[in-house]
Design a protein around this ligand. Structure first.
Ligand code: GDP
Length: 163
């Protein structure tokens, strides 16, 4: 059985959305920062072996938006699940985490959202421990598009919740 699911990465400018997708789809990383204008769509076929199912993830990389309420609703039509990305090195990208997640949940109450703190390669485990009250209630995984840590895992985790 082959399913196709639309997955949208959402989060502020520069948190690593494009890099995570590139790491997941092409297994590459670049330090260059190219701003996404509008939307960029990539596809990847994955297998959920536990459920013996193949899924095509149709992954939408939206242009960064520091104010979630400005996200264009037209880009979100037909979405099956979200990955909300913040940057562990920049507090401005996670200080409104609760507001942003409630905003998405309020508009798309039945859709799964996974939350990741990205750029894990740039912070220590101590830093994450010290800030556990900020991160732990929300974060599913800490990722690094640079090293690849937990990148495949987060897409697989979301994919499983789409079945
Ligand atoms: P986007 O605007 O959210 O799509 O962010 P980009 O994917 O364009 O990344 C913004 C910048 O952060 C680029 O210079 C990337 O190379 C860098 N970057 C993204 N992810 C990581 C990461 O996990 N670790 C490190 N060290 N840099 C990252």
């Amino acid at each position: 059985m082959k399913l196709s699911k639309k997955v949208v990465l959402i989060g502020h400018f520069g948190v690593g959305k494009s890099s995570l997708i590139r790491r997941f789809v092409e297994n590459t990383f670049t330090e260059d920062y190219k701003v996404t204008i509008g939307v960029h769509v990539l596809k990847k076929d994955i297998k959920i072996s536990e459920k013996d199912t193949d899924i095509t993830l149709v992954i939408w990389d939206l242009e960064g938006n520091d104010d979630i309420t400005n996200t264009r609703p037209s880009y979100l039509i037909g979405t099956h699940g979200f990955i909300y990305v913040f940057d562990l090195t920049r507090p401005t990208t996670y200080e409104n985490l609760e507001f942003d997640l409630n905003y998405i949940k309020g508009r798309y109450p039945n859709l799964p959202i996974k939350v990741i703190g990205n750029k894990k390669d740039l912070v220590t485990n101590e830093f994450i421990k010290e800030n556990k009250d900020t991160f732990k209630p929300y974060v599913d995984l800490y990722t690094s598009a640079k090293s690849g840590q937990n990148v495949e895992e987060i897409f697989n985790l979301l994919a499983k919740s789409l079945l």
